[in-house]
Design a protein around this ligand. Sequence first.
Ligand SMILES: NC(=O)c1ccc[n+]([C@@H]2O[C@H](COP(=O)([O-])OP(=O)(O)OC[C@H]3O[C@@H](n4cnc5c(N)ncnc54)[C@H](OP(=O)(O)O)[C@@H]3O)[C@@H](O)[C@H]2O)c1
Length: 320
Amino acid sequence: MKALVITRLGDPEVLEVQQVPEPVPATGQELVQVEAGGINFADIMTAQGGYPGAPKPPLVAGREFCGTRLSDGRRVMGYMQWAAFAERVAASPALLWPVPAGWSAEEGAAFPVNYFTAYFAFWKAGLLEAPAEKTVPRVLIHAVAGGVGTAAVQIGKILGVEMYGTSSSEEKLARVKTLGLQHGINYKQRDYEEAIKELTHGEGVDAVFEMLGGEHTAKSARCLRGFGRVIVYGAATGQPAVLDARLLYAKGASVHGLWLTYLSAKRELMNQAWKQLSAWTAQGHLRPVVGQVLPLDRAPEAYRLLLERKNFGKVVLNIV
Ligand SMILES: NC(=O)c1ccc[n+]([C@@H]2O[C@H](COP(=O)([O-])OP(=O)(O)OC[C@H]3O[C@@H](n4cnc5c(N)ncnc54)[C@H](OP(=O)(O)O)[C@@H]3O)[C@@H](O)[C@H]2O)c1
């Protein structure tokens, strides 16, 4: 079968479409004929060699996909750690979900990572339940125009959250506003910490979804109001987080880690998340934002869209 192979560690140019043996399902696994795959920042890190747990190359790339389950002919979307960008995958049934009616394969392939991650970010922030006090909760979402960012905005809108989001581009911010983002902050033009201070009248936000690392973890913590939470879930800058804990205890704030790889093994948690996400989807509140679709043999270019900040929402690869 045809698959996208990480031939050696490095930049997206190490990716090649090759013929590889079909996967042999382990006990309990299901075979899926894949139509489309969603690209994640983690795919870039896996190719570069920075992703925990990934085997050495040659390795079939890809963490999420949409296609047809061979056992019953149902359309499914799924999540795995690698090997998703191939004509066939052997997947765990616990991490396969039915594609909502009317969705394209590209939309299905754009769902699992973005929506489960965004959902768990709100969960970690303690914002899934209605607030005890009558204040409207505030969240700062970094990379708000990206895959996880646009999913978070759709969920935040349902939850009635006041959302502040950062992006490098006015055009991207204008597009996310149509999804429900109230306050866009262009970090190329404006310091986001200053912007948050001004927009919240010096009060700060209740949570920051932080996926940049480096100096941004402390900077994000400085954007919090009392008892706020920084949800750390990535390091797009390539730098480890730097944080002086005194920043936290001075205002009763906290930092929470979030990694879908870890959470996806927690069956009950995933089922609970899917129950809520599928209900919101059925009500018409959630629909993946697919910015760009490219064929498999243009994967290096597709990966580069994320690296060079040129993506809006999800970048999807057509596998067939
Ligand atoms: N922990 C988890 O389980 C988990 C799950 C999913 C994703 N993540 C993390 O969440 C982040 C977003 O992932 P995604 O797949 O949804 O990607 P994405 O947000 O669709 O794409 C990356 C975006 O990040 C922004 N960005 C800011 N600084 C950047 C930098 N130094 N280099 C490149 N991009 C930068 C760019 O948007 P602007 O131009 O608008 O700034 C870029 O378009 C990544 O850090 C990823 O590792 C973590």
